[in-house]
Ligand binder design. Structure first.
Ligand SMILES: Nc1ncnc2c1ncn2[C@@H]1O[C@H](COP(=O)(O)OP(=O)(O)OP(=O)(O)O)[C@@H](O)[C@H]1O
Ligand SMILES: [Mg+2]
Length: 223
């Protein structure tokens, strides 16, 4: 694979839930080292699009390719394996396992993927960058929303995935931590030569992205 080959590519996507809502995306391409900012008003389909890119939803038409694999051609287990090994997902509602600690939640993707446990030095760096060190052994139900969100980010990055899909990953964070998380994701894309899709409707984050995809009909004006 050359450096310029897309890690995530969607073409002529069309998807509906059967209730009138319809998502159409003609072209989405994210190459190694790039962060694509995905923005648009509430309800326009940002989460839906991430789920299509992750293979958690199937488009009615069009294609999604991740690491040059056409998701439509993969079996359910191959799609799951690709997601576990190559994709880091930050869910909008975090989707942490309540009865586990932060550390146990972060360890889950590697456990399910059946591969090697994450490099401890790398994990420690993530912990520190996300200010999670004092909270590492705590059950996630005993963490604040912002703390839980940072655990969800650590979990998504724990396996050093080539593709990261982050759904409003800073929505519960204070401005300082919000900016640090955006920097972390930008640095991650470059250092790991990964593709990152960052969803946000927070205008404070709209500066400094060369790759932007606007969804929805409303005009989106940068500040
Ligand atoms: N499981 C579902 N079944 C039916 N309709 C759904 C489902 N999930 C979302 N929708 C609808 O699809 C549309 C897009 O939803 P989606 O969650 O993708 O929006 P979003 O852009 O992520 O919004 P937000 O910024 O509020 O998170 C909305 O109209 C929503 O009501
Ligand atoms: Mg959403």
């Amino acid at each position: 694979m050359t450096a310029a080959t897309a890690l995530i590519q969607a073409k002529d996507l069309c998807f509906g839930y059967g209730d009138g809502f319809e998502l159409r995306v003609a072209d989405l391409t994210v190459r190694p080292g790039q962060v694509l900012l995905l923005r648009g008003p509430s309800g326009c389909g940002k989460t839906t699009l991430l789920r299509l890119l992750a293979g958690l939803l199937t488009p009615a038409a069009g294609s999604v390719r991740v690491l040059e694999k056409d998701l439509a051609q993969l079996s359910v287990s191959a799609s799951r394996a690709l997601r576990l090994r190559e994709m880091g997902l930050v869910f909008q509602d975090f989707a942490l396992i309540d009865y586990l600690t932060a550390e146990e939640n972060v360890a889950l993707p590697a456990k399910f993927a059946g591969g090697a446990a994450p490099d401890p030095a790398y994990l420690q760096r993530l912990q520190e960058e996300l200010d999670l060190t004092p909270l590492w052994q705590r059950r996630v139900t005993r963490l604040s929303q912002g703390e839980q969100q940072r655990v969800a980010i650590a979990r998504a990055l724990s396996g050093r995935p080539r593709c990261v899909l982050a759904d409003e990953p800073t929505a519960s964070l204070d401005p300082r931590r919000r900016d640090r998380v955006v920097d972390l994701l930008k640095n991650y894309a470059v250092s790991e030569q990964a593709a990152v899709v960052l969803v946000t409707h927070d205008p404070a984050l709209w500066q400094g992205f060369s790759e932007v995809l606007d969804l929805g009909d409303e005009e989106v004006a940068a500040p």
